[in-house]
Structure formats: structure tokens, C-alpha cells
Design a protein around this ligand. Structure first.
Ligand code: ADP
Ligand code: MG
Length: 302
């Protein structure tokens, strides 16, 4: 069972869009995918047309220990794609859990229990992929996601400040690695809302590739209005516009993600991918997070 946190403390960079559509594209290939909505804004749940009924099991209730993951997983209209939905109650969780013992590892423990119980009952893991859609902050919810996974995918928007934000994020990743979870690795970086016609976007992407030569996926997610429209129909891009450039980009990304699987993975009882890549230390990137192009450089080529 591959566990992947989609993270970036910046909002609007494409985390949720990637969780939904990468998840749907993986499910299309026959993988069983569970998406965890960890953002109190519930964008992922809403994107897939899921709003939990009052009293239903949600991410919030899992974190409070009131529900197990198995109770909270709900199916979507896409075969093989499931969601642990959330609602606005989750916005109180960081405060409510602030004094709780072991607060950073509540989600890890809940996911481990879910995996163990399913394995015992059915002889296989409950899912092939679990994707955690993180909120746009590096608070307790994101730390819980990092502690519960072995892999991190960064969603980045190829704009001027992309690298500055990343150095802070890498510090947190290093902290979680050293204090909670030494196996944690960044195994993928997805360039979202990418416009290959813009010189600035190309240069920022080149800069990110320089720092993370092995982690940046070859596939980029181009800006495509169909991806922005799909949530209002409660659908993934593969349902809403299966022939669109957005659907093509997410299918290509899914192929790369599948290619990262180790032989025999995903399978029941796997504890996650071995780190296959070197992570650039936070310090290195922090010291070289210089603007990739001088201010005033025209962003678009003629
Ligand atoms: P995050 O989860 O990082 O805050 P979202 O995935 O919600 O970001 O994306 C922010 C906004 O941009 C949303 O309105 C979404 O529909 C839109 N969006 C995301 N990716 C694309 C894309 N490749 N092309 C067009 N719009 C996109
Ligand atoms: Mg989001």
C-alpha cells in the first residue's frame, strides 16, 4: 500500500486537483485508491460531490478517535476510487488536538490499524494507493499526513516564488524525518498549472529540476480550463472531459507514478516504498533559492 502526501503550504497550486485526478487516473488502471481529505475547506470532498451527512464518519472523527478509517471510507462514482471525506469541523481539530498525547501520529496509527485489520480479515491491504490531500499550511494536519506516509509528492506552481516556499517545506520535512519518521522521502514533484509557452514557467521548472533532478515528473500538468470546471460538476477530469488535455496530462502522470512501483508492489502488507532518491537538504535549497530570472524579464515569449 503506497501512502503519499500531496503537500505544499501554498494554496491554489494544484494539490487537490492532483489528488482527485491522479487518484482517478490510477483507479482507471485498476488500482484501488483512497483519497484522504485533510483540508478543512473540504475542496476534495466537494470536488467529487461528497458532502458528509451530519454525524457521518469523517477525517475529523478519525482524528478524534471516534471513528475508524474503515467506517469513514466512502465510494465515489469512479470504480476503485474512494474518499475519506471531511467537513468544516476539521478546522477545529488542530486546536482540539493541541494538547493530545501523541498528536502527530494519530493518523499514522489509525491508518496502520485499518491496514492491519483489513489484512487479517481479507488477506490483502485495503488499498493500493492512499493519497493525503493536505491543507495549505504546515500545521498539525499536514504533520499528521507526513507521519502517516513514506512518500511525499510536492505540487508546485511554476511561478516566481515557488522555490522560496519550498525551502520552508523542506525544513519541516527534515524535522519530521529526524523526529518521527526517518523513511520519509520526497519521491515526486508535480508541476501544476504549467504553461509551457511562458518563459518564466519554463525557467522556474528548470530551476526546480536542478535542485530535484530525479524527483520532478517528466509529465507536467498544463493549465486547462476543463480541470477548473470539473469540480463544479462533482467529477474528476476523466469523467467530465475524458479527451481533454487535462485528462491526458493526469493519465501520463499516473503512468509515471505506476512506473515507480517496486516489483511486487503494491501488495498486501507492504510498508511502503524504499527511498530511491536523494533528497536535496533544506539548507542547500534555502541558500540558493534565488530568483531564477531578473525582475522585469518579460514572462511570455513572442
Ligand atoms: P490547492 O489544493 O493546492 O489549493 P487546487 O487544486 O484547489 O489547489 O487548485 C486551485 C485552483 O486552480 C482550483 O480552482 C482548480 O480548479 C484550479 N486548477 C488547478 N489545476 C489547474 C490546471 N492545471 N488548469 C486549470 N485550473 C487548475
Ligand atoms: Mg486543496
Amino acid at each position: 500500500m503506497r501512502r503519499i502526501a500531496l503537500i505544499n503550504q501554498k494554496g491554489g497550486v494544484g494539490k487537490t486537483t492532483t489528488a482527485v485526478n491522479l487518484g482517478a487516473a490510477l483507479a482507471e488502471t485498476g488500482r484501488r485508491v483512497v483519497l484522504f481529505d485533510l483540508d478543512p475547506q473540504a475542496n476534495l470532498s466537494i470536488h467529487l460531490g461528497l458532502q458528509p451527512e451530519p454525524g457521518a464518519a469523517t477525517t475529523y472523527r478519525v482524528l478524534l478517535g471516534e471513528a475508524g478509517v474503515a467506517d469513514a471510507v466512502v465510494p465515489t462514482a469512479t470504480e476503485g476510487l474512494f474518499v475519506v471525506p471531511t467537513d468544516i469541523d476539521l478546522s477545529g481539530a488542530e486546536l482540539e488536538l493541541a494538547g493530545a498525547f501523541g498528536r502527530e501520529t494519530i493518523l499514522r496509527d489509525a491508518v496502520a490499524r485499518w491496514e492491519r485489520e483489513h489484512l487479517e480479515a481479507h488477506g490483502e491491504a485495503p488499498a493500493d494507493y492512499v493519497l493525503f490531500d493536505c491543507p495549505p499550511s504546515l500545521g498539525l494536519l499536514s504533520v499528521n499526513a507526513l507521519a502517516a506516509t513514506e512518500e511525499i509528492f510536492l505540487a508546485v506552481q511554476t511561478q516566481f516564488f515557488a522555490l522560496q516556499g519550498l525551502s520552508k517545506l523542506l525544513e519541516i520535512v527534515d524535522l519530521v524525518k529526524s523526529r518521527l519518521h526517518p523513511e520519509l522521502e520526497i519521491t515526486g514533484i508535480v508541476a501544476c498549472l504549467y504553461d509551457s509557452r511562458q518563459r518564466l514557467a519554463r525557467e522556474v521548472l528548470a530551476e526546480i529540476r536542478k535542485h530535484f533532478p530525479t524527483q520532478v515528473f517528466r509529465s507536467t500538468i498544463q493549465t486547462n480550463v476543463k480541470l477548473a470546471e470539473a469540480p463544479s460538476f462533482g467529477q474528476s477530469i476523466l469523467q467530465y472531459a475524458p479527451g481533454s488535455p487535462g485528462a491526458r496530462d493526469y493519465r501520463a502522470l499516473a503512468r509515471e507514478v505506476l512506473a515507480q512501483e517496486r516489483p511486487g508492489e503494491p501488495s498486501a502488507g507492504e510498508s511502503g516504498a524504499e527511498p530511491t532518491v536523494e533528497v536535496t537538504p533544506a539548507k542547500a535549497i534555502a541558500s540558493s533559492a534565488v530568483p531564477p530570472v531578473p525582475p522585469g524579464t518579460p514572462a511570455v515569449d513572442e
